[in-house]
Design a protein around this ligand. Structure first.
Ligand SMILES: [Cu+2]
Length: 205
């Protein structure tokens, strides 16, 4: 059984308040009532990046198209940093809270880097141009199923810098499923060379 200790995604917090100053009103004067963050799911390998998206909503729950500029921050920048476009860079094992705020209203999401329960098999999806999850930890001899969904072509090329035991690369494909078995212990990094920054990691214990 796999412990989903690390599936810590989605909206954890949204704060309602009524102090709408400067950026608190969007185009048309709509006050921001809540902020949510989407885009993170699963656990993340250190040394990877994750794009988050913030959305602002009015008191009636309608999304505000132009709420102003979100200010992003990370409570544990040693674990992961976030730039002002919502792009998270993961640095080391741990958990951090990523916050986006506009008009005095903040939303945040918890994000975990590194540690993951060991699994006897796992599945990686390509959604939409990211390996999800981009970190899986399996026992030696276990397999990972790679599901290349949708119409976008991807590949999975194991890095030359990996320890001995990388399975065969997965060449460009769409809408196909591949299984790769990992018989050697170690950390195996791979990339989709079609999409720069689309990287993943299999840790074999
Ligand atoms: Cu790709």
């Amino acid at each position: 059984m796999r412990l989903n200790l690390l599936i810590l995604a989605g909206v954890v917090l949204s704060i309602s308040a009524c102090n709408s100053t400067n950026d608190g009103t969007g185009i048309g004067g709509t006050a921001v009532s809540s902020v949510t963050i989407t885009g993170a799911s699963g656990s993340f390998a250190s040394g990877s990046s994750v794009q988050l998206t913030a959305s602002a909503f009015d008191a009636g729950g309608a999304r505000i198209a132009k709420p102003g500029t979100f200010v992003w921050s990370s409570t544990a920048p040693g674990v992961a940093t976030v730039d002002q476009a919502g792009k998270v860079s993961t640095l080391s094992t741990g958990t951090t809270s990523i916050t986006a705020s506009v008009g005095g209203i903040a939303g945040s999401t918890s994000l975990t880097v590194g540690a993951q329960a060991v699994s006897t098999k796992d599945t990686v999806f390509t959604l939409p141009v990211a390996f999800t999850p981009n970190l899986v930890t399996i026992t030696s001899g276990a397999s990972v199923t790679f599901i290349f969904g949708g119409s976008v072509e991807h590949n999975a090329i194991f890095r030359a810098s990996n320890p001995p035991g990388s399975p065969p690369d997965i060449q460009n494909a769409t809408n196909r499923t591949f299984t790769r078995t990992f018989t050697s212990k170690g950390t195996f990094n791979y990339d989709c060379t079609v999409h720069p920054g689309m990287t993943g990691q299999v840790v074999v214990q």
